[in-house]
Design a protein around this ligand. Structure first.
Ligand SMILES: [Zn+2]
Ligand SMILES: [Zn+2]
Length: 296
C-alpha cells in the first residue's frame, strides 16, 4: 500500500519535471526568435528593419557654413569615413568561387592550443587562426584587399549643396551615403549645417543686415558710399537727405537666396559719428543757430 503510493508520487514528479523542461525549452526558443528578429546578435552598425530588408545605421555630421558660402550658393564638401563592400572581391572575401579551406585550421577559422597547468591539469584555448585571419579559407585565396573581411574602411568625400533659405541647424539628408554592407541597404548621412557668425553681416531671415558709420556732415548733407559684399563685389549706397542714427537704407535683391527663388534684401543700418571732440567757435555756433532755426 504505502510503497506503491510513494512510487506513484515519484512518477508524478518526473512527469511534472518533463513538463517544466518543455516549457523552458519553449521559452528559450521564443526568446531566440525575438533576439534574432531584433538583430541583437549582429555586430555594431547594423540594425534590423521590419519588412525583411536590413539597413546600416544613419550617421550624423555637423558642418560649419560661412555666410559667404550661403550667399554664393556654394556646394560644401567634407570628408568622412565609410565602410564599403570590397571592390576587389565584390564582398566575397575570396578571389575564387570555391576556394579550398585553410590547412592551418582545417577551415574552422580558429586554432586550439592546449595549455598545461601541471602534470594532471590542462585546458584548451581557442584563438583566431592567424594564417587565414579567421576566415577559414586557404590564405592564397583570400582577397588581398580586404583580407577576407568583405568590407573595407575608406575616407570619402561627401558633398552638400547649401539649400536656399538655410537656417542655422538645418539638416540635409544624403540618402544612402552611410556605411555599405553586403546584403544591406545603406543608411543616410545627416548633415547638420551650422551657420558661422560673420564679422560684418548678420542674417535676418533671407535678408542681410550690415552697419555703416557716416560722419555728422554726411548724415546731414547726404553721401555716396560703397560696401564690399559677400561675393567681393561692391554695392553702392547713397543718401541725398538727412540720415538719422539707426536709419536703414534698403538695397533690394542683394540678400540671401530664398527658398522659392530670388533673393532677400540688404539692409544698411546707419550709425552717425558726431565727432564729439570737435569744438565750435562762438561765430560757428551762431551760424549753426541760424541754419538749424525752427521752420527753416
Ligand atoms: Zn585558418
Ligand atoms: Zn575583398
Amino acid at each position: 500500500g504505502e510503497k506503491e503510493g510513494e512510487e506513484r508520487g515519484g512518477t508524478k514528479g518526473a512527469v511534472l519535471f518533463t513538463v517544466y523542461c518543455f516549457l523552458l525549452l519553449g521559452f528559450c526558443w521564443w526568446l531566440g526568435g525575438v533576439i534574432n528578429r531584433e538583430g541583437w546578435l549582429e555586430g555594431g552598425g547594423i540594425r534590423g528593419e521590419r519588412g525583411g530588408g536590413r539597413r546600416t545605421e544613419d550617421k550624423t555630421y555637423r558642418v560649419e557654413v560661412s555666410l559667404e558660402d550661403v550667399f554664393n550658393e556654394q556646394i560644401l564638401s567634407f570628408e568622412g569615413e565609410r565602410i564599403e563592400v570590397c571592390d576587389e572581391c565584390h564582398g566575397m572575401g575570396v578571389i575564387h568561387s570555391n576556394p579550398p579551406s585553410c590547412p592551418a585550421c582545417q577551415g574552422r577559422g580558429v586554432q586550439y592550443r592546449t595549455v598545461k597547468l601541471g602534470p594532471y591539469q590542462s585546458f584548451k584555448t581557442e584563438e583566431r587562426c592567424s594564417a587565414c585571419h579567421g576566415t577559414g579559407t586557404h590564405p592564397e585565396y583570400i582577397c588581398p584587399k580586404c583580407h577576407g573581411h568583405r568590407h573595407i574602411r575608406k575616407r570619402v568625400q561627401h558633398t552638400v549643396p547649401i539649400p536656399a533659405g538655410l537656417e542655422h541647424g538645418q539638416v540635409v539628408v544624403l540618402e544612402g551615403e552611410s556605411d555599405e554592407y553586403v546584403d544591406h541597404e545603406s543608411g543616410d548621412v545627416r548633415v547638420v549645417l551650422l551657420l558661422k557668425r560673420h564679422r560684418y553681416f548678420d542674417k535676418d531671415g533671407d535678408n542681410l543686415v550690415t552697419n555703416m558709420t557716416v560722419p555728422l556732415k554726411e548724415a546731414l548733407l547726404g553721401f555716396a558710399k560703397t560696401i564690399k559684399h559677400l561675393d567681393g563685389s561692391t554695392v553702392d549706397v547713397q543718401s541725398t537727405d538727412i540720415t538719422g542714427p539707426g536709419d536703414e537704407l534698403l538695397v533690394k535683391g542683394m540678400g540671401l537666396p530664398k527658398e522659392g527663388g530670388g533673393r532677400g534684401d540688404l539692409r544698411v543700418r546707419v550709425r552717425v559719428d558726431y565727432q564729439k571732440n570737435r569744438i565750435f567757435s562762438q561765430q560757428q555756433k551762431q551760424e549753426l543757430v541760424v541754419l538749424l532755426a525752427d521752420g527753416k
